[in-house]
Design a protein. Structure first.
Length: 354
């Protein structure tokens, strides 16, 4: 039988070991990629369970009591009400800026009574219109619209901040309420243990060290219970301050509510819940439009103005004698006649079809 030399056998064994080691290194598990894949699976499963993205912060916590507290806080918080009034003021200013693009019409009626003479009636109408040649008025309206959008984002930020503070305070109340219940059970258990050790000590079955340790534990549990109860009362007062209450207790759930996990990995949703960024962007746009308006103020402008005035011995003569008034009075009548004729022709065509 042919036998291989010892050196060749050792070399062959080493080659086999190297090949096996390389294959094991090439097939080792990538734990980082596996953890990332599992995290993505958890997020996908969570998205399937939740369904839609949350639009308001209170949708993260499923509790009708919390929703009622948030509504109460929005109605009683003065800073939030001031932000809402500022938004309404800016909206009114935006409507006034939009009205600058329309013609201005002023009408007046005066009656003069002189002794020995007939009463003279004077009716006047003036119309003025500034031509927006350089889009200056439209830029002013755009700046006002950007101000409204900025204030709307600040209003959303104030609403979210107030809701978050109420949610945080209410969840702390729930947590402290549960802690009080747990500390009560712990204090009762340690007091029973103290009584049992005291009975053993009086019966001569225990020593003084065990009794002292039991009494110390019971006293520490009672002190912890009092501290947690004080924290609960402080948190109740802080929540009453947010709600605008003087002295009132809040309904506290006995169990922890169901809280949804925030989708912090979704950049689109994260940016949607950043109204401060929206407000900053709208402020930049408003300043840009105002800069354009400031430059266009140096350019010439064209204003068209016309005025009509008529005097008569009666109100009808002062208002209806001028042919211009007759023309203006006939315009609605002509439009009405055309509409009636159009409806009649449409009715006749439909009747002929039937």
């Amino acid at each position: 039988m042919y036998r291989l030399p010892c050196s060749k056998v050792v070399l062959t064994a080493l080659c086999c070991l190297v090949i096996a080691g390389c294959s094991s290194l090439s097939t080792r598990t990538d734990y980082l990629a596996q953890a990332d894949s599992e995290r993505q699976n958890v997020v996908s499963k969570f998205e399937m369970e939740v369904g839609l993205e949350t639009a308001y912060l209170n949708e993260l916590v499923n509790s009708h009591d919390l929703d009622a507290l948030i509504v109460e806080a929005r109605a009683a918080n003065p800073d939030f009400q001031q932000t809402r009034l500022s938004l309404q003021i800016l909206r009114a200013q935006y409507r006034a800026t939009q009205a600058d693009q329309l013609p201005d019409v002023e009408a007046g009626f005066v009656a003069n009574n002189t002794d020995g003479l007939d009463t003279a009636y004077t009716g006047t109408v003036s119309i003025s219109w500034e031509l927006d040649l350089w889009s200056k008025i439209s830029d002013e309206a755009s700046a006002a619209a950007s101000d409204v959008a900025e204030q709307l984002a600040l209003y959303q930020a104030a609403r979210d901040t107030l809701a978050a503070e109420v949610m945080q305070g209410w969840l702390k109340l729930v947590n402290l309420n549960r802690s009080v219940a747990i500390e009560k059970q712990r204090a009762e258990l340690l007091e029973k243990n103290e009584q049992w050790i005291l009975q053993r000590y009086r019966s001569g079955l225990g020593d003084l060290e065990d009794l002292d340790s039991a009494q110390s534990s019971a006293a520490s549990a009672r002190a912890t219970l009092i501290a947690v109860q004080e924290s609960l009362q402080q948190q109740q007062r802080a929540l009453n301050l947010l709600l605008g209450r003087s002295q009132a207790s809040t309904v506290i759930s006995a169990d922890y509510p169901q809280v949804l996990l925030p989708l912090s990995d979704l950049a689109e949703q994260t940016l949607q819940r950043r109204p401060d960024l929206k407000a900053a962007y709208m402020a930049i746009r408003a300043n840009d439009f105002r800069t354009s308006v400031a430059y266009k103020d140096m350019l010439p402008s064209i204003n068209l103005e016309t005025a009509l005035s008529e005097t008569g011995t009666s109100p009808s003569d002062a208002l209806l004698r001028n042919p211009v008034w007759s023309l203006l009075g006939q315009l609605p009548r002509c439009a009405l006649d055309r509409r009636i004729d159009g409806n009649a022709s449409r009715f006749e065509s439909q009747s002929s079809d039937y």
